[in-house]
Design a protein around this ligand. Structure first.
Ligand code: P5A
Ligand code: ZN
Length: 491
């Protein structure tokens, strides 16, 4: 461990912590969550974690973006109860089948057993749709587009990890929409996918969009479109899904509207969701061996100003730094001054770990030249910039950094997709951690499941709304097909 790490890399228990290299991704992820103070994993219930204030600062900004995108596309925010009566929960057969193993139940009030057990929502269809039955009357009420940001509970049996697989999903953004026709709902699914794409572009996170195979769609839905990103270890993470529900839930919950001719019709519905996996993606896609690299849109500290102090020049340097801080604050930027007595190396280490986007250093010699040293977190190179107009310079560097992060991550992701001809090739690509394989598929469930079995991996689905087609043969039945599938190990 270096001296700098010793000074700055202490976790809250005071013990020294070192970040493993990012090439050991799983260890790196667990470690960054702890030493950058994102989440405390010591809470004594499996799959439940505590947000540190610093991690919560990231969350707040990510969810500001999510809310902004939802609010500006005709969605209204709402809030439904956490508890769902068993009688409502048990109505939709496919939905129950999909979730019954994952539900936590409230069974008692004090020592008295409840007449009707209450489910902790694993998702809120069965809480919301009985109310939609009351709210939807006529075609004039449609479309209805609501969303909420809530905690949901799923008794996950796969390996739980912070931000990725939780038993209490603390930041479940779920939207539920109601439409007159199947086509209207189809368009809404496309809108949702577009909104999620916007959100992830603002987080500089690249993604694949695919239509999930039928056996992997949302329980109770007609079809599912998913966004996945590729993690550094080559496994994919599902970071958002949009489901066409058809009239399945409307029939179960009796959601009907009066059409223009005065006849009663079942409504068509969609729902779509994003969780704190969005934050896991930001951290995992951009971070490096030194720690967090956060896009300027969500970094709690966008700029850190560090005075380089010597005895006789202290006041002049401090004044210059304070001027820079207030100039940046005036522009609405999140800036901090670090005038602590840590050695410079330890300061760099600390702010790099925390993913501060820009570091500005000012010492007496810089001041003589009316300049400062500026270092971008993602590049690490020093630039000399004038103190005149430093606000403009900083704004443009932050903008460039957001764009560069996206560009770089997208290039990396594309390089992690390999076209393959045979299941053996697929297995080799996936087995070596190279990411996602792409292969032709005739579209038959049986062939798809056989491919999954032979490659020991999962099908993400067929690329959605992609224009370039490449014809090939289904590796199982040999049929010529223009459809292809992404296949990968998944989180
Ligand atoms: C859509 C919103 C639903 O629940 N009902 C309302 C629909 N879809 S989903 O695919 O099951 O979940 C939506 C997204 O939530 C993330 N997610 C999780 N994140 C963390 N921990 C979990 N245990 C977990 N389960 C699901 C996924 O990103 C998923 O796409
Ligand atoms: Zn086939």
């Amino acid at each position: 461990m270096t001296e700098n790490q010793k000074d700055a890399g202490k976790n809250d228990a005071g013990k020294e912590a070192v970040l493993p290299p990012k090439s050991e991704f799983s260890e790196w992820f667990n470690s960054i969550i702890d030493i950058a103070q994102i989440m405390d994993v010591r809470y004594p219930v499996k799959g439940l974690y505590v947000w540190y204030p610093f991690g919560f600062g990231i969350r707040k900004r990510v969810y500001n973006i999510i809310r902004d995108v939802m609010d500006n596309s005709g969605h209204e925010e709402t809030l439904f109860p956490l508890l769902i009566p068993e009688t409502e929960f048990m109505k939709e057969a496919d939905h129950i089948k999909g979730f019954e193993d994952e539900v936590f139940w409230v069974t008692h009030g004090g020592v008295t057993p409840l007449d009707i057990r209450l489910a902790l929502r694993p998702t809120s269809e069965t809480a919301i749709y009985p109310m939609y039955k009351l709210w939807v009357r006529s075609h004039a009420d449609l479309p209805l587009k609501l969303y909420q940001v809530v905690n949901t509970f799923r008794h996950e049996t796969k390996h739980t990890r912070p931000l990725i697989r939780l038993r209490e999903i603390t930041s479940f953004k779920e939207a539920h929409t109601v439409h007159a026709t199947w086509e209207d709902a189809e368009n809404q699914v496309d809108e949702a996918v577009g909104l999620y794409a916007d959100i992830y572009r603002r987080l500089s996170v690249p993604f694949l969009i695919s239509k999930r195979p039928d056996w992997d769609k949302f329980p109770g839905g007609d079809y599912t479109i998913a966004l996945d990103t590729i993690m550094p270890d080559g496994k994919t993470l599902q970071i958002g899904t949009a489901h066409h529900l058809g009239t399945n839930f409307a029939k179960t919950y009796d959601i009907m509207y009066e059409n223009a001719d005065g006849a009663q019709e079942y409504a068509n519905q969609t729902c779509y969701g994003i969780s704190e996996r969005s934050i896991a993606a930001v951290i995992s896609v951009h971070g490096d061996d030194k720690g967090l690299v956060l896009p300027p849109s969500v970094a709690p500290v966008q700029i850190v100003v560090i005075p380089v102090l010597f005895k006789d020049t202290t006041k002049a340097v401090m004044d210059a730094c304070e001027n820079v801080v207030s100039a940046l604050k005036e522009r609405g930027l999140r800036v901090e001054m670090d005038a602590s007595d840590l050695r410079p190396g330890a300061k760099y280490y600390k702010w790099e770990l925390k993913g501060s986007c820009l570091r500005i250093e000012i010492g007496p010699r810089d001041l003589e030249k009316n300049s400062a040293v500026l270092v971008r977190r993602d590049k690490g190179e020093k630039q000399f910039v004038s103190l005149n107009g430093i606000g403009e310079t900083v704004l443009s560097e932050l903008k460039k950094m957001g764009d560069d992060l996206y560009g770089k991550a997208e290039e990396k992701m594309k390089a992690m997709i390999t076209p393959c001809e045979t299941p053996e090739e697929v297995a080799a690509v996936i087995g070596s951690g190279k990411g996602v394989a792409e292969i032709s598929w005739c579209g038959r469930d049986a062939c798809g499941m056989k491919i999954e079995e032979e490659t020991n991996a999962g099908i993400l689905g067929t690329p959605y709304a992609e224009t370039a087609v490449r014809s090939g043969k289904c590796p199982v039945c040999g049929q010529e097909s223009e459809q292809k599938i992404y296949i990968a190990k998944m989180y």
